[in-house]
Ligand binder design. Structure first.
Ligand code: UT7
Length: 357
């Protein structure tokens, strides 16, 4: 019988170094007023020397495992969503697996830019419901500060670093991740990219001098497509889950720009009071933004057991997607419930076998 995938643990890590808009006034020709009014961002966090995507991912993952009361050696799968991995390879997920001591887990990275977390959650859900694994650690983590061009005011003020993680477990409970929808349009890839440093344009003195190893973005074009795509994906995920917007208690969108978030809410006619926003404190942390927001929403009392949650993301690729889930909260119920259901299934088996006798 297919199992539901339920989030049983969550956690996040934000580096301690705060970069305010005023700090950027000293770096590029910008102002706190411009950044705040055009993006909603007031400050973001930058990783310290010695921190990287894997170190932040590990910190978030430990909190999620602790919350789920799951031992690292019992984790069966580690997926890290990121577009700023420690290395091209090995996968950041393997470094996380090793640091955690998740000795029995498979591990791989997912790269779908800002949609990476929703994508990774979809993969975890599929592998759990098919019975391939019983649990998965799903992380979104980024160190975008290392890919920023501090001469380009159009991008360097937007992004930040951080990590968020969830534990997803199999359960016979009727709740869980109810739908995940994913989309892409690779023809728009050049509008948001890091051009150099991989196989098509290997790193060279020239690529570095031209800043081609750093993020470039045609923000206006991205903006235009983001609002419609996110709204469409949200509606599709709801349809697939058999729910309407009126059923949703909290929308947790990817935090790229407050105007995009408000645009999505307006298009869906969804009240902003039920949208979680923390972009003012973290900027755009790409794959990390949704799991960080989810953990903060829980910590601040915005998420309670039974709440229906809508996740929606858009990013480079282009990629976009959405997920609908019911928030379960504490882990104990999930395993108790699945143990109970297993016992019930076994009993029904016995009854079926003895009935003809
Ligand atoms: O994570 C998923 C992918 N990313 C996104 O979803 C981001 C999507 N895009 C955006 O959020 C917005 O397009 C931006 C915030 C990037 C830019 O906002 P915009 O309202 O689209 O501004 P713009 O690019 O059209 O630029 C307007 C003006 C330009 O000046 P001129 O040509 O009108 O004189 C820019 O040079 O604002 C200027 N500008 C700035 N001024 C002060 C651009 N960046 C800055 C800045 N400070 N940091």
């Amino acid at each position: 019988m297919p199992k539901n995938a339920v989030i049983t643990g969550w956690g996040f890590y934000a580096p301690t170094r705060v970069m305010t808009n005023f700090d950027f006034e000293k770096i590029v020709d910008t102002s706190d007023e411009w950044i705040t009014s055009r993006t909603g961002i007031k400050e973001r966090r930058f990783a310290a020397d010695g921190e990287s995507t894997s170190t932040m991912a590990v910190r978030a993952a430990r909190l999620a495992l602790e919350r789920a009361k799951l031992r690292p050696q019992d984790v069966q799968l580690v997926i890290v969503g990121t577009c700023s991995p420690d290395y091209l390879f090995p996968a950041t997920a393997c470094i996380v697996q090793s640091e955690l001591g998740a000795t029995r887990a498979g591990a791989f990275d997912v790269e779908a830019a800002c949609t990476s977390f929703v994508t990774a959650l979809g993969i975890a859900r599929g592998m759990i419901s098919s019975g391939t694994v019983e649990n998965a650690l799903v992380v979104g983590a980024e160190t975008l500060s290392r890919l920023l061009n501090f001469k380009d005011r159009g991008t360097c003020v937007l992004f930040g670093d951080g990590a968020g993680a969830v534990v997803v477990e199999a359960s016979n409970a009727s709740v869980g991740v109810e739908s995940v929808v994913l989309h892409s349009d690779g023809s728009k890839g050049e509008l948001l990219m890091v051009e150099a440093g991989a196989s098509r344009l290997p790193a060279s003195k020239e690529t570095v001098e031209l800043g081609k190893h750093l993020i470039t973005m045609q923000g206006g074009e991205v903006f235009k497509l983001a609002v419609k795509s996110m709204a469409d994906a949200a509606e599709e995920a709801l349809r697939e889950a058999g729910l309407g917007l009126e059923d949703i208690d909290l929308m947790i969108p990817h935090q790229a720009n407050i105007r995009i978030i408000e645009g999505v809410a307006k298009r869906l006619r969804f009240p902003m009071e039920r949208v979680f926003v923390n972009i003012q404190r973290y900027g755009n942390t790409s794959a990390a933004s949704i799991p960080i927001a989810m953990a903060e929403a829980e910590a601040t009392g915005r998420l309670a057991r039974g709440d229906k949650v809508l996740l929606v993301a858009f990013g480079g690729g282009f990629t976009w997607g959405a997920a609908v889930l019911e928030w379960f909260g504490a882990h104990d119920g999930v395993r108790a419930q699945s143990a109970l259901d297993r016992a019930r299934d076994a009993l029904e088996d016995v009854v079926d076998r003895v009935r003809p006798l």
